[in-house]
Design a protein around this ligand. Structure first.
Ligand SMILES: Nc1ncnc2c1ncn2[C@@H]1O[C@H](COP(=O)(O)OP(=O)(O)OP(=O)(O)O)[C@@H](O)[C@H]1O
Length: 303
């Protein structure tokens, strides 16, 4: 069952719609994003991305610097709006959904038609949301873990973790109970009254993870979340994420430029190059059947 589907998503930065059409036409003719930038002056974030992310999968987005990874993930919570395309999200899916049951209850002849034909009321194009709808979508469906943690320095650890719950009409003690639970889950009990700068990088990112998990959203976006950490700590957090994912069953979109990390944590990996989606597959599919040299080089670089 698809949870998120990007349909013909393109993003041309700093261009009006008319200006962007010039860049899009060149891209449609096969010109690469560097040449398009040289010729038009516009940066290509993404071009014609079609990608379905399944409910409950940990999906890695891989690619070199500038390939469009951050641009892609930021479309899913609409920190960035595309130049063109649609973004479908099934808002009926939550982490508690028994995906197997849900799947068999839906007649799904193909992934392509499942969204529009069989789940019309819960599958929404998030680009059509108004401000209130967008706020609600963000609160209920999607949370994010950032590369540089993004913690608020003057708040204690527990206040940081409970922060996302403030918008829900919950008492402080309720919010703190939930925050305490998640701090425990990420292996950080007894640090609730510390401040972020008293913690190591690895601990700060555990707080970032606990904060994202505390909101109980079904979609978790992780943008190079472990990239700033030492290899050993990074590996521990990868293990912890896999262990949590096995229990929580969230849909996780995980950006990394490290193929070893992608192969370790990703059930499927999508590889971007110059704003284009080159290939999506399991690590084994990518290794055995790379779509081009770029993918082959990545898979060869794997330790
Ligand atoms: N705000 C912006 N204005 C103009 N161009 C941008 C902007 N953000 C990104 N770009 C361009 O879009 C392309 C994709 O950038 P993006 O940051 O999505 O790539 P990335 O794969 O996440 O890179 P990195 O690994 O370095 O973070 C790049 O050419 C970049 O220069």
């Amino acid at each position: 069952m698809d949870h998120i589907r990007l349909e013909n998503i393109s993003k041309i930065y700093n261009a009006t719609n008319t200006q962007a059409q010039v860049a899009l036409s060149l891209l449609a003719e096969g010109m690469n994003s560097v040449a398009v930038k040289e010729q038009t002056g516009y940066s290509v974030g993404l071009y014609d991305i079609n990608l379905a992310i399944k409910a409950g999968e940990l999906h890695c987005i891989m690619g070199l610097s500038g390939s469009g990874k951050s641009t892609l993930i930021r479309h899913i919570n609409r920190l960035i709006d595309p130049t063109s395309g649609k973004i479908w999200v099934d808002t009926a899916i939550n982490a508690q959904t028994n995906i197997a049951e849900y799947d068999s209850a839906q007649a799904t002849p193909s992934a392509q038609t499942a969204f529009s034909k069989y789940m019309p009321s819960t599958v929404i194009n998030i680009l059509e949301l108004d401000d209130k709808g967008l706020q609600q979508y963000r609160q209920q469906n999607v949370s994010m873990v950032f590369q540089h943690f993004g913690l608020t320095p003057h708040m204690t650890v527990i206040q940081n973790v409970a922060y996302g719950l403030r918008v829900r009409k919950m008492s402080v003690s309720e919010r703190h109970d939930i925050a305490r639970h998640w701090l425990n889950e990420v292996g950080l009990p007894n640090l609730e009254n510390s401040y972020p700068d008293e913690l190591s990088g690895g601990m700060q990112q555990r707080v970032g993870l606990a904060r994202a998990l505390a909101t109980d959203t079904p979609i978790l976006l992780m943008d190079e979340a472990f990239s700033a950490l030492d290899p050993l700590i990074r590996s521990q957090l990868q293990d912890q994420l896999l262990e949590l994912q096995a229990r929580l069953n969230k849909t996780i979109v995980f950006i990394t430029h490290d193929i070893d990390e992608a192969v370790k944590v990703g059930q499927r990996i999508s590889i971007l190059n110059g704003g284009r989606l080159i290939q999506t597959g399991t690590p084994i599919e990518l290794r055995n059947n790379p779509a081009d040299d770029y993918v082959a080089q990545f898979m060869k670089a794997k330790k």
